[in-house]
Ligand binder design. Structure first.
Ligand SMILES: [Zn+2]
Length: 205
């Protein structure tokens, strides 16, 4: 039976590279893949699915928040691949579950588990609930050799828990970090301080 997969990892864990390799392997055997990405991730141009390692290809489906995935779109596909799946809605994940079951095609979703505030994304939460298989794509902390589990947001070199996810005019980057370095960079006593800090920043903005 076809499965629904969630392969999650922090920023810089080569998730897209993994996706591109899977697509390449299917196509080399003459099998059709369908690549989906969310509409508003325009990091590398709207249609492009691009890895930091330099490989890229075009997505077949650019999915907006109100867009719908219909089973008929996947009938001749051997594999469905989703990039940046954290930005999909819970309803999209429900539709992917149905496609996997009813069309009988494996659906492999790649994305972040949590945002820079350490909270689950909507799409990732629903995948945690519905996926047959949950796998971690691992990478090491930017500041030590422990496994990274957080995405630290830095604007102009300062680690932040507040602000919009896209900073206009600022030099914003995300770093994969371990829990020790996440807490240290944000000047917190421990992860218990995260919610307090978020609440404070919301009061002042
Ligand atoms: Zn670390």
């Amino acid at each position: 039976m076809a499965k629904l997969y969630f392969r999650h990892g922090t920023v810089g864990s080569a998730k897209t590279l993994n996706l591109l390799a899977v697509a390449h392997n299917y196509e080399r055997q003459g099998k059709k893949v369908v690549v989906i990405k969310p509409g508003f991730d325009d990091r590398y141009g709207t249609k492009e699915v691009a890895s930091r390692a330099g490989l890229h290809r075009e997505a077949h489906i650019i999915l907006s928040a109100s867009g719908r995935l219909d089973r008929s779109m996947f009938e001749d596909a051997q594999c469905v691949l989703v990039d940046e799946v954290q930005f999909l809605t819970a309803r999209h994940i429900d539709q992917l579950r149905d496609i996997s079951d009813q069309v009988g095609v494996p659906v492999i979703c790649y994305g972040l588990r949590t945002d820079f505030r350490s909270k689950l994304f909507e799409g990732s939460r629903r995948l945690m609930e519905l996926a047959d298989s949950i796998e971690e794509v691992k990478t090491t902390c930017h500041r030590c050799n422990r496994k990274a589990i957080f995405n630290l947001k830095c604007v102009d070199g300062v680690a932040l828990l507040d602000g919009p996810s896209q900073q206009v005019g600022g030099d914003e980057i995300f770093q994969p970090v371990c829990s020790l370095h996440y807490v240290e960079a944000l000047n917190l006593d421990g992860v218990e301080g995260i919610d307090e800090d978020i609440a404070e920043s919301e009061l002042t903005t």
